[in-house]
Design a protein around this ligand. Sequence first.
Ligand code: ZN
Length: 405
Amino acid sequence: MVNSKNVAFKVNKQVPVRGPPPQPFGTVINCRKPTGKRAINRIEEVRSQQVPLSKVPGVFEVESNRKRGIDDVGDDDHTAPSKRSSCSRDNSPAFTMSPGFRPEERIFPTLRPRAKPTKLRRGKALSKEIDLDCWFTILRFADPAQLLEMRDKIASCYRFLRDNPTLWKHSRKHYYKDSLPEPPAELTEFQYAHLRHGHGCMSCGAIQTRKTYWAFLRRWCKNCLQKKTIKETEARDMFKDDDGGDISFISKCLPSGIFDSWGNFVGVGPAHAHSLKTVFLVSDVEKLVAQFNQEARDNLGTWHAEMRTWMNEKVKLVEERREFAQKMEQWEDSARSSKSFDYQGRKEARKTFFVEKAAQLTPPICLRQMELCPAYRRSVAIPKEPNMTSWLQLKPKLEKEAAEL
Ligand SMILES: [Zn+2]
């Protein structure tokens, strides 16, 4: 279309829309040729589709985000804030010819279709990949046990979880609040989570093993524990210096556990009762004795004076480990008892629910009759919340067994 000044312009196709009639609007097109400084900039001709329609609701919303982006670019040029704000409001093309305007910058918004947000659907490939920062935010709210499983089973997660140790800490803090003790300095967050939630013996790989010996910071099966530990009385011969002298006094620098007289692990050591035995790790004893003798050889003249400091540092670490192990043993006990309390509560809830439902049957079945039915007794032994599915499974068996009473 050509107007009286022989300037071509395009009229947008009018698409009929439902809703209220469109508001009146005006479009100002500056047809004058640029002069003076403006000419230097060699502005491209303003196309009508670049001219935003003023005060038409909905038109600017589409591009509001992008416009903000342009304003941000202006920050680099130290543009005055007032100018930037007028830029986002002023619709006249005359403004586009002001000094500082660069033709490559598209000040006027074009109506492009809005990018659809990424939707997470099982079995559907993502059109846009989620960046790692987002994954960090998502995974910090995950259960540490779940993170551990992801690390083991999903190759791409393995590296990400390995390289983001703070993620494990966020996850632990979010999931357990302050109920879990802080790990000692010798344990990383991942190792801590692995000892808490991992499965399998860390020596022979037996998959059923769940027991973590916090005193030794290891998860072992019973056989491996027996093989790797030594009783204090039996270890006495190992505590010898280079001259064959007894150095068993350094045993207090070792982490220890306690066995009862049947050889069962009781907890973190050392033992203070006659019937209980203190045990050490064989590898710990060998390492400590070798280190002691090496230090003694290296500091021949001064070792007697330095030995006390050397031992104090070791004892400090052992005490930190002992304190942590005791807290973890207490935490495991309380988690176990709260779990069994939880199970008991669910069983009670099943009883109440089934009795209520059985009373509504025709003919109703009373509690005394129900208790004589094996199906009912089996069902209330399951530690799960009752629901209609569990009731509908029980109902025909209960009716049959009650009728046969
Ligand atoms: Zn084992």
